[in-house]
Design a protein around this ligand. Sequence first.
Ligand SMILES: [Fe+2]
Ligand SMILES: [Fe+2]
Length: 336
Amino acid sequence: MPGVAGAERLLGEVEEAEAALREAAERELDGEASFDAVIAADQKIEPRDAMPDAYRAGLIRQIAQHAHSEIIGMQPEGNWISRAPSLRRKAILLAKVQDEAGHGLYLYAAAETLGVSRQELDTALLTGKQKYSSIFNYPTLSWADMGAIGWLVDGAAIVNQVPLCRCSYGPYARAMIRVCKEESFHQRQGYQSLYVLAQGTPAQRAMAQDAVDRWWYPSLAMFGPPDADSTHSAQSMAWKVKRFSNDELRQRFVDMCVPQAEILGLTLPDPDLTWNEQRGHYDYTAPDFEELMRVVKGDGPCNRQRMAHRNRAHEEGAWVREAAAAYAEKNRKAVA
Ligand SMILES: [Fe+2]
Ligand SMILES: [Fe+2]
């Protein structure tokens, strides 16, 4: 399929990170290497290792927020499973939404290795104490949104997450490798679906363009506030959790999307998008960061709906948790 060269390159980076991870596991550090020595040697910190409290707390916050985003992110697309235009598209969308549940699971499990319980994480999401990505507070108004989300939202996610495959905390890095491989599939399916619509009838084309117009700026906002206002970045970079700044990743995403949009024959809704010869990058209009902050704080188009749905699903799942706990208890007694 044309236009996915950027995605291929990202997948290559994931594979390199995976090889580096395997190599690091084989290299022995002498006995009790300090936290700083492990970080300096580009080795991985593992759950048994001593680590600064702030490193642990920062990672719990970041991984939990990431896990919550995967789970809440199932809602906007889940909205279209029953209305997919063909059995094939329905099967693809089902598989994709199910992948997102799996991503949530890998990430909750990675957070748990830092000493936080699953129940604490659930409660933090359900009470709004911890946030999830602002992007999932926007509504999915047409079928073309499934394409635009796959291409742009999963695309932005993968640009954000590929560097995390090299993050200094082992369980997070390993989870991200699996997540990124699946995200790459998500992005391609979205792009392909949008490509078909863009080559279709004038009405289908218009629907695809409208979806791109609505998802472009919220996708740019996924990289977070501009570097100047980003609160946690410097420490996170020093600890090799974050490897690139918000603005660097945003630029990488814009540069990747422009040629892909050209192949789709769709327009990105930014009249100032131009190639800057000197910088070797596209100049672009920044997203509305005030809107981002409003949506993060709870005032987006769908915040209340998403939280109500999640709380209801949690309550309705109580019997499953009870049954699983009773079964585990029965097995424990049988062994004892
Ligand atoms: Fe995901
Ligand atoms: Fe995804």
